[in-house]
Design a protein around this ligand. Structure first.
Ligand code: CMP
Length: 301
C-alpha cells in the first residue's frame, strides 16, 4: 500500500477528446441518488453556476467507484481525468505534502483540473474506504460544449431577427453573439428606467417584461405593452447615448433574462463593416458620375 500511494489511481492519460462526438452514457440511478449528486454540485463554488440541465446531464452520467482506505485517488500535478462526488468516506487534501483539509460525504472534488484545464492542484488520499461517484473528463467536457453550442444557436436565433442587425453579414453577427452578456432580472425589477441615460441594447431571451410610460416626470407611469422572448429595446442606444423613453420592468415570477450589448462593443465590432459599406457606397457614386459624364448607359453594379 505504501508503494501504491506514489501512483495516482487515475488513468495515466487522457485522449485528446473529440468532445462533441462522444456518446453520453447515462448510468441508471435512483431519484434519491440524483438529488444527492445534484445538491453536491450546487454546493460547490466552482460548479454551482452551471445551467441546471448541464448539472443534470453530469448527474446522469456519473457512475459509482470505490476506493479503499489509503488509496491515492488524485496525485498533485497529474492530468485529471475525473470529477468525483463523495457518497461515503473521508479523504485528505494535501499540497506540497502539507495537509490542507479533509473532505467528507456530499462534497465534490477533482473539479478544478477539468473545469480549468490545468493539472491537479492537490493530492487526494482516502482516509477510509470511500464510495464515490465519478464522471469522466471527456463526458464532462462534451456536456459543457454541447450546452455552449446550444446557447450560441439560441442567441443567433434571437439576434438575427432584430431589425438593427438584419443586414449584417454572418461573421459580424457571430462576433456580436460572442460579446452578448446574459443578464437576469427578478420579478418586479427595472431593466431600464424612463429618463435614465443608457448605452445598452436588450433582447428578451426568457420571461415577460412590461413596458410602462409616464407622460411627464410628475405623472404615474401607465401600462403600455408586454415584451416577450425575441422582443428588443434600446436600439437607439447603439448609435448614441439614449434617454430611455419608457420603463421596462420584469413581470414574470421566474424572472426575466435579457441578452445585452453595449454601444462601445457594438461599434468596435461593426466599425470595419461600416467603413467597408462607406467605401462601396462612394465607389458606386463615383461610377455613377463617370457613367453619366461619359454618356454610357447605367448598369447595375
Ligand atoms: P483538482 O485540482 O482537479 O484536483 C485536486 C482537488 O483538490 C481540486 O481539484 C479540488 O477539488 C481539491 N482542492 C484543492 N485545493 C483545495 C483546498 N484548499 N480545499 C479543499 N479542496 C481543495
Amino acid at each position: 500500500r505504501t508503494k501504491r500511494t506514489a501512483i495516482s489511481a487515475e488513468p495515466a492519460q487522457h485522449k485528446k477528446s473529440k468532445d462533441l462526438h462522444i456518446v453520453l452514457e447515462p448510468y441508471v440511478k435512483s431519484d434519491r441518488t440524483k438529488e444527492f449528486l445534484r445538491d453536491a454540485i450546487l454546493n460547490n463554488d466552482f460548479m454551482k453556476n452551471l445551467e441546471m440541465d448541464q448539472i443534470m446531464s453530469i448527474v446522469d452520467c456519473m457512475y459509482p467507484l470505490d476506493h479503499p482506505d489509503g488509496d491515492l485517488i488524485i496525485k498533485e500535478g497529474d492530468v485529471g481525468n475525473r470529477v468525483y462526488i463523495m457518497e461515503e468516506g473521508l479523504v485528505e487534501v494535501s499540497k506540497h505534502s502539507k495537509v490542507l483539509t479533509t473532505i467528507g460525504p456530499g462534497r465534490v472534488f477533482g473539479e478544478l483540473a477539468i473545469l480549468y484545464n490545468c493539472t491537479r492542484t492537490a493530492s487526494i488520499k482516502a482516509l477510509s474506504d470511500c464510495k464515490l461517484w465519478a464522471v469522466n473528463r471527456q463526458t464532462f467536457q462534451a456536456i459543457m460544449m454541447r450546452a455552449g453550442m446550444q446557447k450560441q444557436s439560441d442567441h443567433f436565433e434571437l439576434i438575427r431577427n432584430v431589425k438593427t442587425f438584419e443586414s449584417l453579414p454572418e461573421d459580424i453577427l457571430s462576433k456580436i453573439i460572442d460579446s452578448l452578456a446574459e443578464v437576469s432580472y427578478a420579478d418586479g425589477e427595472h431593466i431600464v428606467r424612463q429618463g435614465a441615460k443608457g448605452d445598452t441594447f436588450y433582447v428578451v431571451a426568457r420571461g415577460r417584461a412590461q413596458v410602462t410610460q409616464a407622460k411627464s416626470k410628475w405623472d404615474t407611469p401607465i401600462y403600455d405593452r408586454h415584451l416577450e422572448r425575441g422582443d428588443s429595446f434600446g436600439e437607439d442606444a447603439l448609435q448614441a447615448e439614449e434617454t430611455r423613453p419608457f420603463n421596462v420592468i420584469a413581470d414574470d415570477p421566474n424572472g426575466v433574462t435579457c441578452l445585452v450589448l453595449d454601444r462601445q462593443c457594438y461599434r468596435e465590432m461593426i466599425a470595419d463593416e461600416l467603413s467597408r459599406l462607406k467605401r462601396e457606397e462612394s465607389f458606386k457614386i463615383t461610377r455613377k458620375i463617370t457613367t453619366y459624364t461619359s454618356g454610357e448607359e447605367e448598369r447595375d453594379l
